[in-house]
Design a protein around this ligand. Structure first.
Ligand SMILES: [Fe+2]
Length: 337
């Protein structure tokens, strides 16, 4: 399948990734991990909900946890994008219905008009154009702690049908910034898709899915990413590190990944770059080129590839494409010989 022509003729405007809604078995433990450890700000906390955001975020939250009583692994209830205005939401409602995609307006805490759909690979997606506003901590430098995370930058989702996801979001006006493909072909394995100025709002990558692989917060300094790890260590949370520091070839990100108390994976990173101009061609990475995953640093452990957060009440399908990743375990086996 050749790369798709970007759709520049959208009747409504999706502006960016906005938020993620996740379950938590213990909101206090979740709060300790994200507030004391990684340095996010708590904007709301009661017996049922915990809302968090980064230093530059003016809206009420980019991460919302809802308490659950069961002992099972955490789930994702929805991923959220912003549209520019309520008129965009109303236009999108009709646009989805005209294409046979169920779309309904729903009530959500802290949000204005909100439209919910399920995307072509089973992900519950919600759009809103407004959210309660509260002055941020950008100039309150004495409050910046942990990893000094400034905003939610992107999410990554594992999908069993990468072509379907790519087509769906291309139709919605998302542009391809980078992609992985089988050597010598344009059979895509992963697509880095963007609406805002940089490389990605959402990544769809081949795998058992749909599952939320991770969500990622940006910080402007490598030192902040490392300081976050130091703080996690001094709080007894070093064991939550899921992937050690390294630099992705794709997106150029310097990263560290963690797993929160419910198993949700969060990436702290810096160093994405601008993708704006229409003649900026997507960057291609051959599947065999392991620099796409790390320019330097160890490969990810097997669990990084295999474990992810399920979407609530959503079945997981085996991937259409199949190729085993090169894991840290594989690498160390070769390294020790
Ligand atoms: Fe990421």
């Amino acid at each position: 399948m050749p790369l798709l022509t970007p759709n520049a003729d959208m009747p409504f405007n999706i502006t960016r990734i906005s938020h993620v809604v996740l379950t938590s078995r213990d909101l206090n433990a979740t709060r300790f991990f994200y507030e004391a450890g990684l340095g996010l700000e708590v904007t709301f906390h009661d017996d049922e909900r915990l809302a968090l955001r980064g230093i530059e975020e003016q809206s009420m939250f980019s991460l919302l946890f809802e308490r659950v009583a069961d002992d099972g692994p955490g789930t994702c209830r929805s991923v959220g994008y912003r549209m520019f205005t309520d008129d965009d939401l109303k236009c999108a409602h009709d646009w989805f219905h005209a294409r046979g995609i169920a779309a309904q307006f729903i009530d959500r805490p802290f949000q204005g008009l909100t439209l919910r759909i399920t995307d072509s690979v089973g992900v519950p997606v919600e759009f809103c154009a407004s959210m309660d506003q509260k002055p941020n901590r950008m100039r309150q430098f004495h409050t910046h702690g942990g990893g000094k995370l400034v905003y939610l930058d992107h999410i990554q989702i594992a999908t069993h049908n990468i072509q379907s996801a790519y087509g769906f979001y291309n139709d919605l006006g998302f542009r391809l910034a980078e992609y992985t493909a089988t050597d010598g072909t344009d059979e895509v394995w992963g697509v880095w898709l963007k609406r805002k100025n940089n490389t990605q709002d959402v990544v769809y990558a081949n795998g058992a899915g749909p599952r939320l692989h991770h969500f990622a917060y940006h910080t402007p300094e490598i030192a902040n990413v490392v300081h976050g790890a130091d703080v996690m260590s001094s709080l007894g949370l070093a064991g939550t590190m899921d992937r050690a520091p390294g630099r992705h070839g794709i997106g150029n990100a310097f990263f560290i990944y963690y797993r929160d108390p419910d198993g949700h994976r969060v990436e702290t990173f810096t160093s994405h770059y601008n993708v704006i101009d229409v003649d900026h061609e997507p960057t291609r990475w051959d599947l065999s080129d392991l620099r796409r995953s790390q320019l330097w640093g160890f490969p990810a452990p097997r669990k990084w590839f295999n474990e992810a957060t399920c979407f609530e009440d959503t079945p997981v399908h085996p991937p259409v494409l199949d190729a085993p990743p090169v894991t840290l375990e594989d690498f160390l086996e070769g390294w020790s010989q």
